[in-house]
Design a protein around this ligand. Structure first.
Ligand SMILES: Cc1cc2nc3c(=O)[nH]c(=O)nc-3n(C[C@H](O)[C@H](O)[C@H](O)COP(=O)(O)OP(=O)(O)OC[C@H]3O[C@@H](n4cnc5c(N)ncnc54)[C@H](O)[C@@H]3O)c2cc1C
Length: 434
């Protein structure tokens, strides 16, 4: 058994125990351990190669669903995809969803994930009513906003380090239809992006922008801005017939994502949007989860793997910091066909270590080139820190450990909640960072 990160760069964890029952005590594994969800974290915050992974995918039962009030209780290994199959036909939706539906409820809690509606809904953790935390001393703590609130805040966004979540209860969002009314428009400068974003967040539930991050000498900010809202006219909730998408069959020796393929893809994709504004009614699946259409797409980066750099900088610093970040990426020849810009609202995140804070977030996938990529991360971290921003542990991992440490003021308080048996490669790097 071996457990990889989604970017497939970090050393995998070779040992694991699959949990199957939420009411049994945690197994005595005799070494440091870390809970494992569905492995969609890009880097090593979800890995403990020097210990044992407690694999939660067997904790996959639904416990209770109040279809009148939209309250769901399930085990922590249930995938958001499985939740959607149950709740959407009954007129409910996830209050917050990341860009893939193949994450577990436990993983969504431990990274306090955000979605395209951060400006309205905040993070996933804000919609949790309760969860159970299992600790290595055998204790079971029920946690909620009013019950064990310290443990609640430490575990949300707590990177699996406070113990293992066995079940969780979530408040859902009402919907009338599977459909989303989506509008897409082009932007050609950073100012244009910010102006569109300001208008869109005031009026629409979901907003996100794709950025043309082709490797260039001169910084150019252009892309597509999309906003969307749930269709409100009862256009149907019946499940679509689902077909499994194609899969990338194996990881080739070299990355298929090169500066040339990136430039060609991005140019074609940018010009795909011909009209200044286009409107479509789409099913929620392609709207929220376009990447889930190709299974194992991470193999496109070949055996060297890839990394994602994601940071957030305060809005006042964005005009300087974003061109500086993109300029550094361009100078390193590190283009990306998957770059996302988004504004976060000012709703406080409930977790001590939660990543989202008010400002503009940039996320860029980059083919891994060993020490060159590590140097690039250090340069990007310096810009993020100088701008008063922070980085996302689930994406950047150890490559940004020092930046995470320097930009996370609640770290000292968080240490008091870490389970002595839990550890990860990322956490060791954070503790070792000066
Ligand atoms: C295509 C793609 C798009 C994405 N888009 C977004 C996005 O829009 N927003 C966003 O925020 N993230 C996004 N992510 C990141 C992803 O949502 C997070 O990394 C998520 O936490 C992965 O969940 P997982 O179930 O795969 O858990 P894993 O990656 O296996 O683990 C994640 C963390 O959760 C902990 N954990 C897992 N289960 C438990 C448990 N039962 N108890 C305690 N701790 C546990 C692990 O120890 C680890 O620290 C994206 C990832 C991909 C691949």
């Amino acid at each position: 058994m071996s457990y990889h990160s989604w970017g497939r760069v970090c050393p995998p964890a070779a040992h694991g125990v699959r949990l199957v029952a939420r009411d049994r005590p945690l197994p005595a594994v005799g070494q440091p351990w870390l809970a494992r969800g569905n492995g969609r974290s890009y880097a090593d915050s979800g890995l403990e190669p020097a210990g044992c992974m407690l694999d939660c995918r067997g904790l996959d039962r639904f416990i209770a669903f109040d279809a009148e009030r939209g309250i769901l209780r399930c085990e922590a290994g249930v995938l958001l995809d499985d939740v959607l199959q149950v709740i959407v036909p009954r007129g409910w939706f996830l209050p917050v969803t990341p860009g893939t539906r193949y994450v577990t409820v436990g993983g969504a809690i431990a990274n306090d994930v955000h979605g395209k509606n951060h400006h309205r809904a905040g993070t996933f953790g804000r919609h949790l009513r309760a969860f159970e935390l299992l600790r290595s001393d055998g204790s079971r703590l029920t946690c909620g906003p009013a019950e064990n609130p310290g443990w609640f805040a430490a575990t949300i966004g707590g990177l699996g380090l406070t113990g293992l979540v066995s079940w969780a209860e979530l408040a859902l969002r009402r919907i009338d239809s599977r459909g989303i009314d989506a509008t897409c428009t082009r932007f050609e400068t950073l100012d244009e992006f910010l102006a569109i974003a300001d208008g869109a967040v005031a009026r629409h539930e979901y907003t996100v922008a794709w950025l043309d991050a082709s490797p260039r000498r001169r910084v150019r900010v252009r892309g597509h801005f999309t906003w969307g809202d749930h269709v409100a006219d009862g256009a149907g909730l019946a499940a679509r017939r689902r077909r499994a998408g194609p899969a990338v069959p194996f990881a080739p020796p070299w990355s298929l994502v090169t500066p040339l393929t990136t430039r060609v893809f991005n140019t074609l994709y940018f010009h795909r949007q011909r009209k200044p504004v286009s409107q479509r009614r789409v099913d929620y699946e392609p709207f929220f989860y376009p990447l889930d259409g190709v299974r194992e797409w991470n193999r496109l980066y070949g055996r060297p793997g890839f990394a994602q750099y994601q940071c957030v900088v305060p809005r006042v610093a964005a005009a300087d910091a974003l061109p500086a970040l993109l300029g550094r990426l361009g100078a390193a020849g590190a283009g990306s066909f998957l770059a996302v810009l988004k504004t976060f609202g000012d709703t406080a995140s409930p977790g001590l270590l939660s990543f989202p804070r008010a400002g503009v977030t940039l996320a860029v996938d980059i083919p891994w080139r060993g020490e060159d990529t590590q140097r690039l991360f250090a340069a990007l971290d310096a810009i993020t820190l100088a701008a008063g921003g922070t980085v996302y542990a689930a994406k950047n991992g150890s490559a940004s450990a020092a930046c995470f440490r320097a930009s996370t003021p609640a770290l000292e308080r968080f240490r008091g909640f870490v389970d002595p048996a839990c550890s990860s490669a990322f956490w060791r790097a954070v503790e070792a960072a000066a």
